[in-house]
Design a protein around this ligand. Structure first.
Ligand code: PAF
Length: 285
């Protein structure tokens, strides 16, 4: 596995690979890899000839009061894991190369970035789409894999890719969970043992909601109330949002009839966690 740190070298390597007819699959990450990231590498491997993973904790997607400085980092371990899971190139750029002074250009997807996580993190998706657009121009992939855990992010990137005519196929890979159901996240490392135990309520509430739909619940407001009540049983939980939206475009849903995304975010202590489930009503019937 090759480690590349310069933008120019990454672009030259990508040009050479494409000229040789290779399909580049790309997995952008902020490092501190867990099984979820490794499953994205494996997904990319099955669909492309060369897998590139980036490791970059992108400052523009963090608000000043968020955890940019504290975000866990362990590049050496990440590189070892990546090489064991089919990665061919790890791209680790320096911040002054990515955002040289003066830096004045941002990419912003409208509407769908104002809801769910965007409501409480108003600048977040602008930072995400800006870095992903830049990485697409540097890594030049034909395909990029994102995790369903950040479903809104994946859909926002799909929209950006369509709107700006990036010639990149966006693949969304399933959520990977711990054996007790907690969705894997680099931020799980912030949780105390008690918070971690209480955080299991997120996945359990989503499974309860799916079961409710299976039993005939079709009223989104009523189902959201049930989910909130379930989460509130845990004293450490502070709900940010519980939403039920159309899984295709994140439009609000009143009547649960088709393919819906049930998405939620909650804080346990200082740690903000997100989770979601997609329920295809037509397949349940
Ligand atoms: O999902 C993440 O880890 C980040 O938002 C991403 C896509 C790597 C952009 O910084």
């Amino acid at each position: 596995m090759k480690i590349i740190m310069s933008i120019e070298e990454m672009q030259n390597s990508a040009n050479r690979l494409r000229a040789a007819g290779k399909k580049i699959g790309f997995v952008p990450t902020m490092g501190f890899l867990h099984q979820g990231h490794l499953s994205l590498l494996e997904e990319a491997k099955t669909r492309s000839d060369i897998v590139v993973m980036s490791i970059y904790v992108n400052p523009t997607q963090f608000a000043p009061n968020e955890d940019f400085e504290a975000y866990p980092r362990d590049t050496e371990r990440d590189c070892k894991l990546a090489s064991q899971h089919g990665c061919d190139i790890v791209f680790i750029p320096e911040s002054d190369q990515i955002y040289p002074e003066p830096y004045l250009t941002y990419v912003e997807v409208e509407k769908m970035t104002r809801i769910l996580c965007g409501a409480s993190r108003p600048a977040h998706f602008r930072g995400v789409t800006t870095i992903v657009a830049k990485l697409f121009n540097i890594v030049k992939p034909q395909l990029a894999v994102f995790g369903q855990k950040d479903y809104q992010q994946a859909l926002v990137i799909q929209q950006m890719t369509r709107d700006l005519n990036f010639d990149v196929e966006i693949v969304i890979a399933p959520i990977v969970r711990e054996s007790d159901g907690l969705a894997m996240s680099s931020r799980n490392s912030y949780l105390s043992p008690d918070e971690r135990q209480q955080a299991l309520v997120l996945n359990r509430s989503l499974l309860m909601a799916k079961q409710e739909i299976l039993s005939g619940e079709r009223d989104a407001e009523s189902l959201k109330r049930k989910i909130r009540a379930n989460i509130r049983q845990k004293p450490a939980a502070e709900i940010d949002y519980v939403e039920i939206v159309d899984a295709r475009n994140l439009d609000p849903v009143k009547d649960i009839q088709h393919n819906v995304l049930i998405a939620l975010a909650a804080k346990f202590g200082k740690t903000r966690l997100i989770d979601n489930i997609i329920v295809d009503v037509e397949k349940l019937i």
